[in-house]
Write a protein that binds this ligand. Structure first.
Ligand code: RB5
Length: 158
C-alpha cells in the first residue's frame, strides 16, 4: 500500500485538498501533515514534516504544494534522504522518478491548475525508477549526503 505524505502552505492549501480527494478516491492512503487553512504559514515547516515522514518510512512518498513548488523543494531537499522534485509538467514528473528516484513531488498552486496538477501527480505516482545507469548517478547524490557527514536513512537502518 502506497502511503502519500501531503503538505502545503497557505498558498498550496486548496490544491492540496483537491489532490488529497483525488488520492483517496484512487485508493491511496494519505497522511495529511497540514496546513489546514489559507491562513499564512511558513512552507519550510511543512516541507520538514513531509520530508521527515518519508525519511522515517511513515510515508512511502510525499507531495508538497506551495505557491511555486520551489520553496518546498528547496526546504525538503535539506533533509538527508529526501529527493524532492519541483515539477510543472508530466514529463518532468515522470523523469524525476525514472531517472532521479524522486521521493517527493513539489508543485506550485500559483502555476499549476487542478487538472494539470492531477495529471502530474498521476504520472509521478505511476512512474518507476529505472535503475541501471541511473542508480549509479543517484548513488552519487546519496554520497553527497554522506559528504555532509550524515548517515543516510539506509545506513541508519543497518
Ligand atoms: C508564499 O507567499 C510563497 O512564497 C510560497 O507559497 C512559495 O511559493 C515559496 O516558494
Amino acid at each position: 500500500m502506497t502511503v502519500v505524505g501531503l503538505g502545503a502552505d497557505h498558498a498550496g492549501f486548496p490544491l492540496k485538498e483537491d489532490l488529497k480527494a483525488w488520492l483517496i478516491g484512487h485508493g491511496y492512503d494519505v497522511v495529511d501533515l497540514g496546513t489546514q487553512s489559507t491562513e499564512s504559514v511558513d512552507y519550510p515547516d511543512y516541507a520538514a514534516a513531509v520530508g521527515s515522514a518519508v525519511v522515517a518510512g511513515k510515508a512511502t512518498c510525499g507531495v508538497l504544494v506551495c505557491g511555486t513548488g520551489i520553496g518546498m523543494a528547496m526546504a525538503a531537499n535539506k533533509l538527508v534522504g529526501v529527493r524532492a522534485a519541483a515539477c510543472t509538467d508530466a514529463f518532468s514528473a515522470r523523469m524525476s522518478r525514472e531517472h532521479n528516484d524522486a521521493n517527493i513531488l513539489a508543485m506550485g498552486a500559483r502555476i499549476t491548475a487542478r487538472e494539470a496538477a492531477i495529471e502530474i501527480l498521476e504520472t509521478w505516482l505511476g512512474a518507476k525508477f529505472q535503475e541501471g545507469r541511473h542508480a549509479r548517478r543517484v548513488d552519487k547524490i546519496v554520497a553527497l549526503d554522506r559528504a555532509r557527514g550524515q548517515e543516510t536513512p539506509d545506513e541508519q537502518a543497518r
